[in-house]
Design a protein around this ligand. Sequence first.
Ligand code: ARG
Length: 461
Amino acid sequence: MSEQKDKPWAGRFTEPTDAFVEAFTASVGFDQRMYKQDIMGSIAHASMLAEVGVLTKQECETIINGLEDIQSDIEQGNFAWSTELEDVHMNIEARLTDRIGDVGKKLHTGRSRNDQVATDIRLYLREQIDILQAELKRLQEGLLQLAEQEVDTIMPGFTHLQTAQPVTLGHHMLAWFEMLQRDSERLQDCRKRVNVMPLGSAALAGTTYPIDREFTARELGFDAVCENSLDAVSDRDFAIEFTSAASLIMMHMSRFSEELILWSSAQFNFVDLGDKFCTGSSIMPQKKNPDVPELVRGKTGRIFGHLTSLLTLMKGQPLAYNKDNQEDKEPLFDTIDNLRGCLRLYADMMPQIIVKREAMYKAAKSGFSTATDLADYLVRKGVPFRDAHEIVGKSVRYGIDTGKDLSEMSLEELQGFSNTIEQDVFEILTLEGSVAARNHIGGTAPQQVREAIKRARQRLA
Ligand code: ARG
């Protein structure tokens, strides 16, 4: 049975909390990771209370020193978290009073754990968004590096996972860059709504003390204060929005992973992911498994799950704060941790990827990937597109039967399908000619990709 007298809210209770209820309702096991934000918020709150005359300067100083000592205790591993004290907020507040005496009890003036926790989560998430942005940028830089290195590398481009048209690997990498660029913009936009301060909303209705919320917001680096106290203590839409942005990032990472997994298979043999990023099999000595991309693809599912958890957590809640909201933390934290891990690994992995240019080239050559170029050639010579399509279809059929690529057929063979075909056809049937011809903004021509990389670097700066 717990020591009821330890609990800051024990006043109106006559019986102690059931031991299992205590364990069941506690969040300290997972919310202690917000200790820094909790202390930061308390210091700003105490400073504000002193500023408006609710605390004396001396009291404020004593409180701040006490909180700073607690922070260093926590960071040195000298802090025993207690389940009886339920959460990070009450653990720190109780310890403060232990350390500095009764003045510690004044810290909670004009505040509630409801606005406190909402503030802590926002501060925590804001910091994590900034870390995630840095990792995302590192990964984007890696993609640009690879794109630059492989600007002339030709590979098959796919639709339906069937060879479609040749593309450059540089162009392919820039596609991933674009997806991550939008992801980064989404995170930045989400940060605007995260960085608004609930503190001062107190339990739900505000407080009777002459608080200065603008002061506290400035101290904590918030862009603004929440306009409505009921909304501020209860809604977690900012966490849902973040998890939604995280889900989109993971969706992109998962697609990227799927390609790397395919590409590193013996059948494709387009890339080697580097020994540092693969593992072996305990039974099959030949195996080098792409575990990192596979796990990233796998983790995408749990992040989508967290988004669903948070949406469902919120949907039935009447105003204002409900204990349900304690369940926001684990999905949010797990989303952050896993997303950070995935981005970090991918950023580290990019420079390790070895591109097998010959295999890519060979694959591009073997799937009639210049068929569209031949059709376009015929159109330029006056053949209607639908007829050109038919002519090329027949040539491809012939190529399949004889095992020849279009570029390997003789002029006579090609002229058998259309007498409009002349010697100059061979310039456009090469892979190099095919990619170079797609020479406009957004196209795969190496010249365009070089320009696109330049622009991408500027956008990233
Ligand atoms: N541990 C709680 C949470 O995570 C803190 C707020 C609790 N407030 C309350 N009135 N019980 O949401």
